[in-house]
Structure formats: C-alpha cells, structure tokens
Design a protein around this ligand. Structure first.
Ligand SMILES: O=C(O)CCC(=O)C(=O)O
Length: 278
C-alpha cells in the first residue's frame, strides 16, 4: 500500500457515524453478483476437493474447520483470483484505511461455508452464541475526535441473509469497552436486553465492516440454507500478519508494488495518521 492512503472519505458521513457508535456498519451490495458467484463456486470446489482428496488447495494455507456444518479455508490471496480480487478490492482497502486511520496491510483472510447444525446450540451458554473479540480494545487512537482501531474486518456475506439465516451477530457498541470488564459479564448483560444484539440481514454481496474489538459471533442458522462468507482483516502496515497468514512469497513476487505491500506489509513505518472527521 502506498504511504499515502486512499483519499477520504470512502464511507459516507452516516456510515462513519454508525461505525463510531455501534462498532460496525453494513455496506449493502458492495461486491457484484459475478464476484459473489466466483468466490462461492471457488469455495464449494475447494471443499469438494478436500472431501475427495483430503488435500489443501495450495501451499501456505490451512483449514480452521472441515466439519459437516463448518468448512473454513484460511490465508486466501494466492489460492484463487476471486479471493485475491476480494482482499485487494479498492473500496474495501479504502474503507479499511479510513477506519484504521492510515495505510493498511492484509493481516488475515478466510472464507467459510456454514450449514444448519444438526444439534441445536440453544442449550449451550449464551443461548448458543460463541461471542468473542479477537484483540484487546486498547489498541486504538483518536484523530479529529473519531475512534480508529488497529484491526478491522471486512466480512462479506455471499448468500442473502434473512432473520433465520444466521448472519454475523454483534453486541453493538462494545468495541470501546476495555478488556478489564469481563467479557462474560458484557454478554450476559446484553442477553438481558437483546435490543443490543444486532444480527446482519442483507443481500448477498453486502459487507460488514467492524472493529475486531467489537464482541461478535457467527449467527445461528435456523433456516435450511448454507451461509457463505469471505473476510479480510486489515491492520496498520507496521503490524505483522497473524500466525499462519503470512503471504506466499512466490505469489507476491509477481504482483504490483501496491498489492505486494498490501499483502506483505513491506511498507512498515513512517505511518501517517489520517482522519477526515465527520
Ligand atoms: O461467522 C461469522 O459471521 C463471524 C466470523 C467471526 O466470528 C470472526 O470473523 O471472528
């Protein structure tokens, strides 16, 4: 990524305010039907191939899950053009930069197939929602009065999501609650008043942008439909990729400088803080 981030604003004023207040915002129909179909077919093909051969789709990738109700492939850019196009999508990178507050690198990438589960999870704690946050909310800063955080995710649903379809579920506004408030207490409090628990309902190709400090979970599928998604996680350029998400160095050799830097974080320091304010 260049040292000069994409020119702002990328989000509208109301989208930026929504993100500030709730810790997430949904951009409806961000990617095209063709892009959605290309990612979906790649993902189904990878799963079918894994079932047939037990093999991963390429080097430097891994499966977080290969169960009947959850197939997940991790570290995507070099595995398929449809994946690469997603994680380098200029609008997604631009929004990531606006939210992080400066130039970003890809830090994580994964794509999921979720299926209705045979055994209801309602008897599990927290009504079956496995709420979590991936990082301590401490790693934030304010610029022009707006909150910026060092790890954001752009998660795009590849299937239409209605109320029964298990869209990503978040506890709105929790991105700013420090780590020393026990997460269990936050979740219990939210379950007492579920108006604070928001679940994505959106057409396929819509993108949920959220601070990774926001407490979130996969939704619970109550329909009979698969739920497919792809996501990119972005951080300031000087951060490392998470374990297992290091770029495939053979693949990055052939990329433009801009995309190479986006994937490797090679452009480490001299990080300009940028915020457009509201
Ligand atoms: O499955 C989902 O919608 C949520 C994914 C998730 O929990 C995560 O990205 O950490």
């Amino acid at each position: 990524m260049s040292k000069n981030p994409t020119s702002f604003p990328v989000l509208s004023r109301s989208q930026r305010l929504h993100l500030e207040v709730y810790g997430y915002v949904i951009i409806r129909n961000l990617i095209s039907e063709n892009e959605v179909e290309a990612i979906k077919s790649t993902l189904y093909e990878m799963e079918a191939n894994f079932e047939r051969t037990g093999e991963l789709p390429g080097p430097n990738c891994f499966n977080t899950s290969t169960t009947n109700d959850f197939y997940r492939i991790d570290n995507l850019p070099h595995l398929a053009p449809a994946f690469f196009d997603y994680v380098t999508h200029p609008s997604i990178v631009g929004m990531a930069e606006e939210i992080v507050g400066g130039p970003v690198r890809l830090q994580q990438s994964d794509a999921h197939i979720r299926r209705p589960i045979s055994k209801p999870r309602e008897d599990e704690p927290f009504n079956g929602y496995r709420f979590h946050r991936g990082i301590n909310p401490a790693y934030h800063h304010y610029e022009k009065g707006l909150y910026h955080f060092s790890f954001i995710k752009a998660l795009t649903n590849l299937t239409d999501l209605g109320p029964e379809d298990g869209g990503t579920t978040v506890i709105a506004g929790t991105h700013k609650i420090p780590q020393d408030v026990p997460q269990e207490d936050i979740v219990k409090a939210a379950l007492d008043d579920p108006t604070m628990i928001h679940q994505v309902e959106a057409p396929a190709g819509s993108t949920l942008l959220f601070y990774e400090s926001l407490i979130h979970a996969a939704g619970i599928i109550r329909s009979n439909k698969d739920r497919l998604l792809i996501l990119g996680g972005y951080m300031p350029t000087m951060f490392q990729a998470w374990s297992g998400y290091d770029p495939d160095m053979n693949f990055v050799k052939g990329l433009s400088q801009k995309n190479r830097e986006l994937l490797t974080g090679a452009n480490k320091f001299d990080w300009p803080r940028v915020s457009r304010g509201l």
